[in-house]
Design a protein around this ligand. Structure first.
Ligand SMILES: C[S@@+](CC[C@H](N)C(=O)[O-])C[C@H]1O[C@@H](n2cnc3c(N)ncnc32)[C@H](O)[C@@H]1O
Length: 252
């Protein structure tokens, strides 16, 4: 699939607009990750990079007492987050920013925590860890999710799905990267299967249904929808082979 193809782009955004999340994750897992951050400042300044429509960004603000900034390079997602901020009356301690994770406009040591769910891979996990580190205060946290192999011997459909991200590694290899980038690994855990369905694949499947009837006479569009559905079907069948790992790391 070619992202520069206008038809692909149209259907991609028809699937991915106005969704609660753009990657696996849920509030219970966010709370679990926060529970390991025992020395987080009382009123922390947190940057959520690649925040998408911002469901977890708002969760972060609701479960901490400081300031939370959500940053994404897709302006419509930032508008979604802005609406959520207004709906939850969190404007006094939240900010939604359009920005590029590869060129962040902040001074060194600005944040008590950089948070990023399912987005670091876009600039390469290791590259992201190296680049973002100077923005975190000493003793601050980097809390990220990254896709990982959970076991070896993945069958053909799974290997084909992940061909687009040949950098996929197992948990131990990611732990080594974290350490080699100078972070202390505090804890890590695998996102539970329900974190993939709750706010991500279940609403996407609902959207596929709507779009299949909307684009019933458009074979090209239907094919794109089926490729998106295939990704979900592969997860349904093979979720024990791959997943997302939450890594809670600390700058020493
Ligand atoms: C897989 S989604 C995850 C979204 C959100 N964290 C979640 O878990 O629902 C990755 C996000 O990264 C954003 N993104 C991609 N490239 C980016 C960049 N260079 N700078 C900032 N955000 C970027 C995308 O727009 C998308 O919202």
């Amino acid at each position: 699939m070619d992202f520069n193809d206008p038809k692909f782009k149209e259907i991609f955004f028809a699937i991915h607009s106005d969704m609660p999340r753009e990657g696996p994750g849920n509030e219970a897992s966010l709370l679990r990750a926060l529970s390991f951050m025992k020395e987080l400042a009382q009123d922390p300044c947190i940057l959520d990079i690649g925040c998408g429509p911002g469901t977890q960004t708002v969760d972060l603000a609701q479960h901490t007492r400081g300031v939370v900034l959500g940053l994404d390079n897709h302006a419509p997602f930032i508008q979604d987050l802005d609406q959520k901020i207004a709906a939850h009356n969190l404007g006094h301690r939240m900010l939604a920013l359009v920005g590029d994770m590869t060129n962040l406009p902040f001074r060194d040591r600005s944040f008590d925590c950089i948070w990023s769910e399912g987005a670091a891979y876009l600039m390469g996990f290791e590259n992201a860890l190296k680049n973002w580190k100077s923005l975190i205060k000493p003793g601050g946290y980097l809390t990220v999710t990254e896709a990982v192999w959970l076991k070896t011997g993945a069958p053909e459909p799974v290997r084909k799905l992940w061909e687009e991200y040949p950098d996929l590694k197992d948990i131990e290899a990611n732990v080594e990267i974290i350490k080699s980038c100078g972070y202390k690994l505090v804890e890590h855990f695998t996102l539970p299967v329900e974190a993939w369905w709750e706010n991500y694949y279940t609403p996407q499947e609902e959207r596929h249904k709507v779009l299949r009837s909307k684009y019933a006479g458009d074979p090209e569009a239907l094919k794109i929808i089926e490729v998106s559905q295939m990704e979900i079907d592969i997860y349904r069948d093979y979720s024990d082979y791959y997943g997302y790992e939450f890594f809670i790391c600390r700058v020493q």
